[in-house]
Design a binder for this molecule. Structure first.
Ligand code: CP
Length: 324
């Protein structure tokens, strides 16, 4: 594949190949020298039209660990503020010899448009577009689940068949939820969404998952519970129950966490709104993988960049069959 736009575009084999390659990348991160020469001489541009902490820094770290030259572009402070279009911005980057573009954009569909417009030749990686997709987030979440629920070595070549994953919160505005539902379904997991009725998207009945409004009944049957951020910036007040009502019915606190099976994970893509969807007690508990998810994101993004740009070069000095 030339681009990574949507988790729905990945087959089971594509996804398992990325997860297996990411395991190899994670082993490199444990070495004293974390850098690989794989993308030496290649230039990757991180094109961020919307704010980001984790994704932007994680892509930059991944690119640098693969020895790529990195150009960081933030719309704030650029000529976008003077009215320059996505097309002209992209063609400006293309003229500077960019080999791949990582793009985050507030408009759903912007990465697809860039990849299929003919404006640029470079592979495009979606780093989150509007409420649509965030495929590398779903991949790093699946990587974290596979590592924790199966194991780094035992997990190689495996999917998440039969694992019960619950996503809780503002599904309506969540590209993370959409990407996770698509990828987890492809990997054989059973997904349940729990949300206030006003934050469930129209047409959810066509998604490959169950929907519940009762968090307490779903928690004991979950292998992982992913809390979603309430995206105030994308909603109008009418959508939303009061904060207190939301926390009471859909927030994860210590008492609720105790209803989960002992092995079950608490996940969050970040940024977290502590006190709203998750209490500090839960966010800081040993069961919460939020920091691990961030660390795993670098390995997963290295794998994606390597598979899109690395050609037939081995990923690391001792590649497994999955990475060749
Ligand atoms: N999870 C995530 O996409 O976080 P950022 O918005 O900080 O990149």
């Amino acid at each position: 594949k030339r681009h990574l736009i949507s988790a729905a575009d990945l087959t089971r084999d594509d996804a398992v190949l990325i997860l297996d390659t990411a395991e190899e990348m994670a082993r490199v991160a444990d070495r004293p020298i974390k850098k690989l020469p794989t993308l030496r001489g290649r230039t990757v541009c991180n094109l961020f039209f919307e704010d980001s902490t984790r994704t932007r820094i994680s892509f930059e770290a991944a690119e640098k660990r693969l020895s790529a030259d990195v150009i960081n572009f933030a719309a704030k402070g650029s000529s976008v503020s003077k009215g320059e279009s996505l097309k002209d911005t992209a063609q400006t980057l293309e003229a500077m010899g960019v080999d791949a573009v990582v793009i985050r954009h507030g408009a759903s569909g912007a990465p697809y448009r860039l990849a299929n417009s003919g404006w640029i030749d470079a592979p495009v990686i979606n780093a989150g577009d509007g409420t649509h997709q965030h495929p590398t987030q779903a991949l790093l979440d699946a990587f974290t689940m596979r590592r924790r629920l199966i194991g780094p070595d035992a997990g190689l070549g495996q999917d998440l068949a039969g694992r019960r994953i619950t996503l809780v919160g503002d599904v309506l505005h969540s590209r993370v939820a959409r990407s996770n539902v698509d990828l987890l379904h492809t990997l054989g997991a059973e997904v349940t969404l729990v949300a206030p009725p006003t934050l469930v998207p129209v047409g959810v009945e066509t998604w490959p998952c169950e929907v519940s409004y009762d968090l307490d009944s779903v928690l004991p049957k979950s292998d992982a519970v992913m809390m979603l951020r309430v995206q105030r910036e994308r909603m109008n007040a009418a959508f939303f129950p009061t904060e207190r009502e939301y926390s009471r019915r859909y927030g994860l606190d210590g008492e609720r966490m105790a209803r989960m099976p002992e092995h079950a994970l608490v996940m969050h893509p970040g940024p977290m709104v502590r006190g709203m969807e998750i209490t500090a007690e839960v966010a800081d508990s040993d069961r919460c993988t939020v920091i691990e998810q961030v660390a795993n994101g670098v390995s997963v993004r290295m794998a994606v960049l390597y598979l899109l740009l690395g050609g037939n070069e081995p990923a690391v000095a001792h590649p497994s069959p999955a990475a060749t």
